[in-house]
Design a binder for this molecule. Structure first.
Ligand SMILES: NC(=O)CC[C@H](N)C(=O)O
Length: 374
């Protein structure tokens, strides 16, 4: 076990020890995750693409890694930073340790740093870029590189499905657009009997409508939503023609497509116990969240969107509903994985919206208009 360091763009340095894979010097955003458990799902959530994740819970890896809890096959994060790694995991489902998993997937880890001091710094200064180093002599050259490096804007392209695929079912026909989808969304739909076609991020509205879906779901995904012009165009082409449910990045794409704006949060919401207020009932739900951007409050004026959920911690927008068309979206993760299940009923709400539309209870634009354009 050798020394390893985290260098932040403000020049601060955190000294710890290496675990996981050899170093790859990938510069990324350093973000913190407050979940006490659920590290396997977090590691395999593609929304963390290119990010260095700091876990605030001080002991990570104690129940190992199992075969069932992956949210995708290929982890997309840059690095994992923890206070202490459990070296002897104990759980009947565990098949390997966290260290073994990260080594296998070529993800470097840093342990033994004061994660509380690091998180306090991020909370004060906002999300920062950082890089892991094994040699302090490299610090000066990397400090220059970090400050000159702008983060890539093609993450969605890198983590989206390359080709469409079908998970058959006898129920509603759903097109699920994969912007870096957590498999929990697919599971929630297939458990409800849906016939799901998962499609890549650059699918067009016409291609989607040719599949004659009862509804379209827009997945979560990494990066800045404004970098995903294909998604904004898609939602603009589909709104009013088919019921839409957007989650996280999908929610931000709905907002942008409807004419509103998004902006970066200071340090984001990442954890499994983020309370949101249900605007219509006054209830509070505990939700799983992972986002660094939010829909800008003032940009909703002059759009047809209404706020349906709000974050209780900072008041930011957590859900929207379209006032004319069957379209709704949430910033949090109703599929949880990991996290509480308070919001799980939103998948049933999506099914109800598809049912109501099928029965003619919702007026749609004429699909033929778009299909005939080809
Ligand atoms: N989980 C997500 O879909 C995140 C959406 C977006 N990348 C953000 O950070 O805000």
């Amino acid at each position: 076990m050798h020394k390893r360091y985290l260098l932040l763009e403000d020049g601060s340095i955190f000294k710890g020890q290496a675990f996981g894979a050899e170093l790859n010097h990938r510069i990324g955003e350093v973000v913190f995750q407050t979940g006490m458990t659920g590290y396997q799902e977090t590691l395999s959530d593609p929304s963390y693409c290119d990010q260095l994740i700091v876990m605030t819970y001080p002991l990570i890896g104690n129940y190992g890694i199992n075969r069932d809890d992956f949210e995708t096959v290929r982890p997309a994060l840059s690095a994992l930073i923890v206070k202490e790694v459990a070296t002897h995991p104990s759980h009947f489902r565990s098949t390997m340790s966290l260290d073994e998993y990260l080594t296998q997937k070529e993800i470097p880890g840093l342990k033994g740093i004061d994660t509380r001091r690091l998180v306090k710094k991020i909370r004060q200064k906002g999300t920062m870029k950082g890089v892991l180093l094994d040699n302090l002599d490299e610090m000066d050259s990397f400090l220059e590189t970090i400050n000159e490096t702008s983060l890539s804007n093609d993450q969605v392209k890198r983590v989206s499905a390359a080709k469409p695929y079908v998970v058959p079912g006898r129920g509603y026909r759903v097109v699920l657009v994969d912007y870096g989808m957590k498999h929990g969304m697919l599971r929630e739909l297939t458990e409800r009997g849906c016939h799901v076609t998962v499609v890549p991020y650059d699918v067009t509205a016409q291609e989607v409508l040719q599949l004659e879906p009862d509804g379209v779901m827009l997945s979560n995904g990494p990066g800045d939503p404004k970098d995903v012009q294909e998604g904004i165009d898609l939602v603009q082409g589909l709104m009013g023609y088919v019921p839409i449910f957007g989650i996280c990045l999908g929610h931000q794409l709905v907002a942008l497509a409807a004419g509103s704006d998004t902006e970066p949060l200071n340090f984001g919401h990442r954890g499994a116990n983020h309370p949101v207020k249900v605007v219509d009932t006054g209830e509070a739900w505990m939700t799983s969240q992972n986002h660094g951007y939010t829909v800008s409050e003032s940009s909703l004026l002059n759009t047809s969107l209404r706020v349906t959920y709000r974050a209780i911690n900072d008041g930011t927008i957590e859900g929207l509903s379209h006032q004319e068309y069957p379209v709704f979206s949430v910033q949090f993760h109703p599929e949880s994985a990991p996290g509480p299940h308070d919001a799980n009923g939103l998948f049933d709400q999506f099914l109800a919206m598809m049912q109501q539309t099928k029965e003619g209870g919702v007026t749609l634009c004429q699909n033929e208009l778009i299909l005939n354009e080809s």
